[in-house]
Design a protein around this ligand. Structure first.
Ligand SMILES: Nc1ncnc2c1ncn2[C@@H]1O[C@H](COP(=O)(O)OP(=O)(O)OP(=O)(O)O)[C@@H](O)[C@H]1O
Ligand SMILES: [Mg+2]
Length: 368
């Protein structure tokens, strides 16, 4: 789905390639990836083993050097950036990685405190903050234990606390809940959500843990080094909800509906904007989710009013079904938002839905 509004992207990836090895052994791990993640967004990335998830995550985290393409983090281009610049960016990121890398000689508390020292956090509020975070993650009894006396899940929770304690602008987490039971996994995810909502922290989680999918604003699927699918969960839900209320789509399965929703473009118009021009080739189908439009037709060189359509109405189907040029003009009367489906996608739906066909026939009949 494409949203035609300018939102503040905190992570902007464009045309990103990545290679490992050299000479004959050179292999490509990432292929031409493009991705935008906004402030306060929680994105879950899934995909088969070896598909490039960790590679992408470490590139975003400045832990690997960008070789080819653009990677912009918090407004700064990483490709070609100095070591000093990379270190500055890195301080604004929280890492929760598969191998927890806790220091064996330090207690849970000290491990977390190191993260605060690295970014220069000081003052009397740091200690209670660390204790509070560890307590929330169910480690109140274990705050002063060293890693060797902690279980795998407990170590994982220390790593989560360490990744979040310095109020990072971006959190990068690689399977953060894999070693956790239901309850502590839920607590970790709740913490992510709070940071995203309260502080506008952006969270990118690589996971196969389907117990936490509900926290995601978007789910990205990575296959063989390429982002295959990128869906905005809430947006898709909203669109599905809208489509479901439209008689047309009642007999589509939820799956088809979700696929359809993913292929819809949301377009915004201002009053006076021409949406469809008579005589043009029909390439798209429109549903009005908000606003009003004027339909007029040029007859004897004069623009004659035909009708007005409002929220919930649709237009543009005649030209698509009959393969004819547009038979009318459509102009936004006020600020109007439309869901737009391209011709091919529209035809797929028509073919897969009986109710759609019969509804269309009725519509065509009435409008002729
Ligand atoms: N340091 C490295 N040297 C050479 N090849 C590497 C290196 N790191 C990763 N690769 C290769 O790059 C590809 C992507 O690896 P990556 O670790 O990003 O996958 P992943 O999606 O995180 O997998 P998993 O789910 O198993 O963690 C794989 O083919 C892997 O073998
Ligand atoms: Mg990995």
């Amino acid at each position: 789905m494409i949203r035609n509004t300018n939102e503040d992207a905190v992570i902007r990836v464009h045309g990103l390639n990545h290679f490992f090895g050299s000479g004959d052994a050179k292999t490509q791990a990432l292929f031409d990836n493009t991705l935008k993640i906004r402030r306060g967004e929680i994105v879950i990335m899934t995909g088969p083993s070896g598909s490039g998830k960790t590679t992408l995550l470490t590139l975003i985290g400045t832990l690997r050097t960008v070789q080819d393409g653009s990677l912009n983090i918090l407004g700064e281009e990483l490709n070609g950036m100095s070591q000093y610049g990379l270190t500055q960016v890195r301080k604004k990121i929280g890492f929760i990685f598969q191998a927890h890398n806790l220091f064996g000689s330090l207690t849970a508390f000290q491990n977390v405190r190191m993260a605060t020292e690295l970014v220069g956090m000081q003052g009397s509020e740091v200690k209670p903050k660390i204790e509070q975070m560890l307590t929330r993650l169910g480690l109140d009894e274990r705050i002063y234990y060293k890693p060797k006396s902690l279980s795998g899940g407990q170590k994982q929770r220390v790593a989560i606390a360490r990744g979040l304690i310095h109020n990072p602008r971006i959190v990068l987490a690689d399977e953060p809940t894999a070693a956790l039971d239901e309850e502590s996994g839920r607590e970790a995810v709740t913490l992510f959500r709070e940071m995203a909502d309260r502080e506008g922290c952006t969270v990118l989680i690589v996971t196969h843990d389907n117990r936490i999918l509900d926290v995601a604003d978007r789910i990205i699927n990575m296959v063989a080094g390429r982002i295959k699918n990128d869906s905005d969960v809430r947006q898709t839900e909203q669109i599905c909800e809208f489509l479901r209320k439209t008689e047309f789509f009642t007999d589509l399965t939820p799956r088809t509906l979700a696929e359809l929703a993913n292929n819809i473009e949301i377009r915004e118009y201002s009053g006076g904007d021409r949406i469809v021009t008579q005589g043009d080739e029909g390439r798209e189908f429109f549903m009005i989710t908000d606003g009003r439009v004027d339909i007029t037709r040029l007859e004897a060189e004069r623009e004659q009013p035909v009708t007005q359509l409002g929220t919930g109405a649709y237009f543009g189907e005649v030209a698509l079904i009959k393969d004819q040029p547009r038979n009318a003009n459509v102009t936004a009367i006020e600020d109007t938002t439309c869901y737009v489906l391209d011709r091919e996608e529209f035809r797929n739906v028509v073919d897969s839905s009986d109710s759609f066909e019969s509804e269309l026939r009725k519509a065509l009949f009435e409008r002729n």
